[in-house]
Design a protein around this ligand. Structure first.
Ligand code: GLU
Length: 328
């Protein structure tokens, strides 16, 4: 080899390897399975990634790599898992409840193959508004432009339910936009909307982005009677106070009292028993590490992880919960 060639050889080798075999840079040796999550501004994506991380610490032993996959959220995830198009998904407890009973989006078509794996954190019903829009309650949304999320999304379905509960006619009393929620922070900053709805854990990147622009924003607390009304309506709903110190630049000075609902990791009845067992085991046995993956997980307990999961437990999760004495 001439001195020039010897000098250039490593460079030529790298160029050759990257140009001749591009897929090798993106594929893995192990089989892969995905967890359908939400858009990347939310907490589902972080939660799916954290579950995958716990499992993948032993990916050689399990010969499986879990991946968090972005999606349109609860409803799309339930659809994909129910149809066998994905083995795992994350969804709101109220969405799983409707799917199980054949209500709302699943009217007349009860989904009986959904199985729960792990309970996760509480998500909060969140109204983000521009301070200059003068929205201090849900009633103040009258006459405003509000993004409720994509047609058929959980956010949009809930929004319509809430407007009805408030006596606001979605057709005539306000202007509704149905853009994907990941665009909402930008739309708020550009002045295209006055407020948006997002049921999501905190802190999240959507509100971080919305609050870091020129237009000052706040989180609106829903009326107390609305919160109390819905809170008592269903076992899967609760209330929570969104801490303000998560978002340095929002106008709120006190925690925001609002409705909350549990986020649940679920699968199909036919999802492999051993894989489900391994996932539950890795999260449980490394719970302190799991809790450090996102501030929304900070208060997780074995009880939250294993109870009030709406759809029947997957046999893999059941086996683990029995082994550790959480179930008889
Ligand atoms: N709650 C939202 C949904 O059901 C997703 C929130 C998130 O991605 O964190 O679609």
């Amino acid at each position: 080899m001439t001195p020039v060639l010897r000098y250039l050889f490593p460079v030529i080798l790298i160029v050759f390897l990257t140009c001749t075999n591009p897929p090798a840079a993106f594929s893995f040796d192990e089989p892969m399975q995905s967890i359908k999550t939400g858009n990347i501004t939310g907490v589902y994506y972080a939660a799916g990634s954290a579950v995958a991380k716990m499992h993948n610490r032993k990916l050689k032993e399990y010969n499986l790599r879990l991946l968090a996959e972005a999606s349109e959220g609860s409803i799309a995830n339930i659809q994909d898992v129910a149809e066998g198009a994905a083995p795992f998904g994350i969804a709101q407890a109220n969405a799983l409840y409707s799917a199980k009973r054949g209500e709302s989006f699943w009217q007349g078509e009860p989904q009986d193959k959904l199985r729960s794996v792990l309970g996760l954190y509480m998500e909060d019903f969140t109204i983000v508004a521009a301070v200059d829009a003068g929205i201090n309650s849900m009633a103040d949304l009258k006459g405003k432009t509000v993004n409720i999320g994509e047609l058929g999304s959980m956010d949009a379905i809930q929004a319509i339910r809430l407007f009805n509960g408030l006596g606001l006619d979605p057709e005539n009393d306000l202007t509704i936009t149905e853009k994907p929620t990941y665009e909402a922070s930008e739309l708020l900053q550009s002045g295209d909307i006055d407020a948006y709805f997002y049921t999501v854990g905190h802190p999240n990147l959507s509100i971080k982005e919305a609050s870091s622009g020129e237009r000052k924003i706040m989180i609106v607390a829903p009326e107390r009677d609305i919160v109390d009304l819905f809170d008592k309506k269903a076992e899967y709903l609760g209330t929570n106070d969104i801490p303000v110190d998560y978002y340095a630049d929002i106008a709120n000075k006190a925690p925001i009292h609002t409705l909350s609902v549990k986020a649940i990791l679920f699968s199909h009845a036919d999802t492999d028993e051993q894989i489900v067992y391994n996932i539950v085991k890795e999260v449980f046995e490394n719970l302190d590490l799991f809790k450090r993956q996102h501030p929304a997980f900070a208060n997780l307990t074995p009880e939250i992880l294993s109870t009030r999961l709406i759809v029947p437990l997957h046999p893999g999760a059941e086996r683990f919960f029995k082994e550790v004495g959480l179930l008889r």
